[in-house]
Design a binder for this molecule. Structure first.
Ligand code: KIV
Length: 286
């Protein structure tokens, strides 16, 4: 007998239909527990390749392997039931050709049960986006500052702060939309550029450091919870969990050292009387 939830998951077409209506709420999620907490409050759970930096201590997202994305995405799908789960295609898993991209995306979809994939790049990725979307894979684009290109860009600085750069990003946005993406992330670009792109394309734009002009917003969960040691300018910390975690860990260490934890209420008793003599091992030397 099936124990399927009666809650219907949000789909990629549902998100596409939200263009110009109420703002789309997106947060990253990398594990089942946080997915369960976040799921009722967001439209999209994004399994971003930022997990390489946030969870695994990598310097950039470039080394993130496809298998790692799949493992985390499986946890997020298991932990959630309502939000659309979108999984990042990591660097090296899609750029070579549309067929390579299809194989990687198909693995992600089949092995995780997610609802869509995301990939970085504009004009140069349009053919790949069209190939995937024509074969049943909903794709979210990602333009502006594209972290997987950090080695070529020379850093994570905001883009489009000078008007001479705009045409390129506008062409990227148009190409992604025309290729059939259901939405696109715009990362770290000037507000005026984000506004122009959002007005220009028929699909929802999801901003991260791209101003309130976008159709939706995404943040890295650990950043907005105040767990990260440093955050970019565009992050608002809605909690200060660093201090809370440190305080809890210090108190635990103090309690263990003082034998104050575990207390009676954390300890199992036997279900019958145990004679005093049996309570301790009396190891006697021969
Ligand atoms: O990797 C990531 O977390 C992302 C989103 C925040 C857009 O790409």
């Amino acid at each position: 007998m099936s124990h399927k939830s009666t809650i219907k998951r949000i789909t990629a077409p549902d998100i596409a239909a939200r263009k110009g209506t109420e703002p789309i709420v997106v947060l990253t999620s990398y594990h089942a527990q946080t997915a369960a907490l976040v799921d009722p409050h967001v439209d999209i759970l994004m399994v971003g390749d930022s997990l390489g930096m946030v969870i695994h201590g990598m310097e950039t997202t470039v080394p993130v392997p496809l298998d790692l994305m799949i493992t985390h995405a499986q946890a997020v799908v298991r932990g959630s039931e309502r939000a659309l789960v979108v999984v990042d295609m990591p660097f090296g898993s899609y750029e070579e050709s549309p067929t390579v991209a299809f194989r990687s995306a198909a693995r992600i979809m089949k092995e995780t049960g997610c609802g869509a994939v995301k990939l970085e790049g504009g004009v140069q990725m349009a053919e790949t986006i069209a190939y995937l979307t024509a074969r049943g894979i909903p794709v979210m684009g990602h333009i502006g500052m594209t972290p997987q290109a950090v080695n070529q860009l020379g850093g994570f600085a905001a883009r489009g702060r000078r008007r001479v750069e705009w045409t390129r990003f506008e062409q990227d946005a148009r190409a992604v939309a025309e290729a059939g993406a259901f939405s696109m992330v715009i990362e770290a670009v000037a507000e005026a550029l984000a506004a122009r792109i959002t007005q220009d394309v028929p699909i929802p734009t999801i901003g991260i450091g791209a101003s309130p002009e976008c159709d939706g917003q995404v943040l890295v969960l650990e950043d907005m919870l105040g767990l990260a040691p440093r955050v970019p300018k565009f992050v608002k910390e809605y909690a200060e969990l660093r201090t809370a975690v440190e305080g809890a860990v210090k108190a635990y260490a103090r309690d263990v050292r003082a034998r104050a934890f575990p207390a009676k209420e954390h300890t199992y008793s036997t279900l019958e009387e145990v004679p005093e003599a049996l309570k301790k091992f009396n190891i006697t030397a021969e």
